[in-house]
Structure formats: C-alpha cells, structure tokens
Design a protein around this ligand. Structure first.
Ligand SMILES: Cn1ncc2ncnc(NCCc3cnc(NC(=O)Nc4cccc(C(F)(F)F)c4)s3)c21
Length: 274
C-alpha cells in the first residue's frame, strides 16, 4: 500500500533469509519485513559496480517505471533504499523461482503450458504498452513463477518509456528483433518479436536463432533464418503463429498483442486463469 512506498526503509527493517539467485550486479535474498512479517525478495546492488557501468540512470528509470506498474504478471518493485555501499530493491517474492530453471529441467514445455505463459506475457505487455512502457529484455532469465504457477515479468532494468526510444544495444542478442540488432528506431513491436522468440523457446527448449558466434546469431536474426526441428512435434497452429505473426522482420506486420490473445492456438491451449 501507500505506506510501503513512502517509508524510508533500512536494512534493519528486514530479517535476511536464503540467497535466491545471483545476478551480474549483485545477489537476491529472501527477506521478511519485521513489522508486517511480509515476505519479500531483496536485491542488493553494489554502488561502485553501478557507477563503473554507468547504469545509475537506468536503475532510477526502472524504479520510476515499476512504481507505476500493477499487474498480476509483473513482479512488483515495492521500493528501494541504500546505504554507504549498496542499493537495495524491495521486490515481490516469486515463490516458484526462475522460469528458465524450470525450462532446463523439463527441456521444453507442453503446448498448453507454453500457450498459457505466452497469453500471460501478452496481457502483461498489453498493460505495459498501454502505459507507454516497452520492456525490451523479455527472456527466460527475466521471468519468474509465483506461488500459484503464474508467470511474472521481472527486471525492468532495460525498459523505457516509448517517447524516448533509445538505440543502445541491450541484453543478450538472442531475443533482439532485427530493428534493434540493426539499431534503428524501435517501438512496442519489439516486445512482440521477443515474445515470438520466447514462444519458440518454450516449445523447443532453445531460442530459434541460437548460434556459436554472435555474428551468426546476428545474421540469422536479420534474415529471420527460422528452422523447426522435427522433434518435439509441435502443432502447425503454433508454427503459423510464430512464423506468420510474430517473427516477422517488418515490425508493423507483427500481430498486435490483442489479436494474439484471439489466435486459435492461444484460445485452444492457454489456461484462461493464466
Ligand atoms: C531469483 N528469484 N527467485 C525468486 C525471486 N523472487 C523475486 N525476485 C527474484 N529475483 C530478482 C528479480 C528481479 C526483479 N527486478 C530486478 N531488477 C534489477 O535487477 N534491476 C537492475 C539490476 C542491476 C542494474 C540495473 C540497471 F541499473 F542497469 F538498471 C537494474 S531483478 C527471485
């Protein structure tokens, strides 16, 4: 609630629990806010690393953007605080952890599970785009799973408000659409491309343009050099959605997210509760 946002937090307000994961800039811990017993995730970032990488402005933008986003499939950022050496992000705790670990464990997802996740992501992105926010870094590492198995998009460290579309390269290459790889102007349609990459990866266990060398991935993206392995067997409805509607080079020809939710493959396979 409002109280959570305005209060000046300090580390003393929390009991720190087990580590949940480690990122490039710091670790994430399970934590409990002492007064409310509210369980949260606490991401600890080291100021000197943020300074070295000149990303402080991105962090401020993330906190600003996230403070206005409220959606069941978007991980909440409740607030932040800092001390001498560190910045702390107070985050919603996703009890079932990182989606990519689940994907590694079961190699690939069923069409029902993949469609359910894609529909949840589409609803979250429709909500973000409605607020002129594009995430730009939709990949399994940024997807978490809540206690009821629901998907949560996390880490808006690369998100921007669409009025200032930036051209910097961001995140891993695998999920970037041609217009970002060619670093031309880009808009909310970049997230539809990334959702197409994710849909492919949910169904096959690997992203479609994966290659040993960056230069090969780059070329495969630009050429939309898409191949479907013969195993696992995937319905033609799913393949049509990916090839005809999402991984389309001309960003204006990609299926609008609202239409995606009406696509037969989604309607027939996605669990409506998300
Ligand atoms: C692993 N795990 N398991 C359960 C669980 N529950 C909740 N959270 C978890 N993990 C944390 C997920 C994150 C959410 N938001 C983030 N935001 C961020 O990391 N931002 C950020 C960092 C460094 C630099 C920049 C900058 F400056 F470049 F912008 C921005 S990380 C969990």
């Amino acid at each position: 609630g409002a109280a959570v946002d305005q209060k000046r937090w300090t580390l003393n307000d929390f009991d720190i629990g087990k580590p949940l994961g480690r990122g490039k800039f710091g670790h994430v811990y399970l934590a409990r806010e002492k007064r409310s017993n509210h369980i949260v995730a606490l991401k600890v970032l080291f100021k000197n690393q943020l300074k070295q990488s000149q990303v402080e402005h991105q962090l401020r933008r993330e906190v600003e953007i996230q403070s206005h986003l409220r959606h069941p499939n978007i991980l909440r950022l409740y607030g932040y605080f800092y001390d001498q050496k560190r910045v702390y992000l107070i985050l919603e705790y996703a009890a079932k952890g990182e989606l990519y670990k689940e994907l590694q464990k079961c190699k690939y997802f069923s069409e029902r599970r993949a469609a359910t996740y894609v529909a949840s992501l589409a609803r979250a992105l429709i909500y973000c785009h409605g607020k002129h926010v594009i995430h730009r870094d939709i990949k399994p590492e940024n997807l978490l799973v809540g206690a009821q198995g629901e998907l949560k998009i996390a880490d808006f460290g690369w998100s921007v408000h669409t009025f200032n579309r930036r051209r910097t390269m961001c995140g891993t290459l695998d999920y970037l659409p041609p217009e970002m790889v060619e670093s031309v102007e880009h808009d909310a349609n970049v997230d539809i491309w990334s959702l197409g990459i994710l849909c492919y990866e949910f169904l096959y266990g690997v992203p479609p343009f994966e290659a040993k060398e960056h230069s090969d991935t780059y070329r495969r993206i630009i050429q939309v050099d898409l191949k479907f392995p013969s195993r696992p067997v995937v319905s033609s409805a799913a393949k049509d959605l990916i090839t005809q509607q999402m991984l389309v080079k001309d960003s204006s020809q990609r299926l609008p997210l609202k239409k995606l939710l009406e696509h037969p493959w989604i309607v027939q396979n996605a669990d409506p509760s998300g």
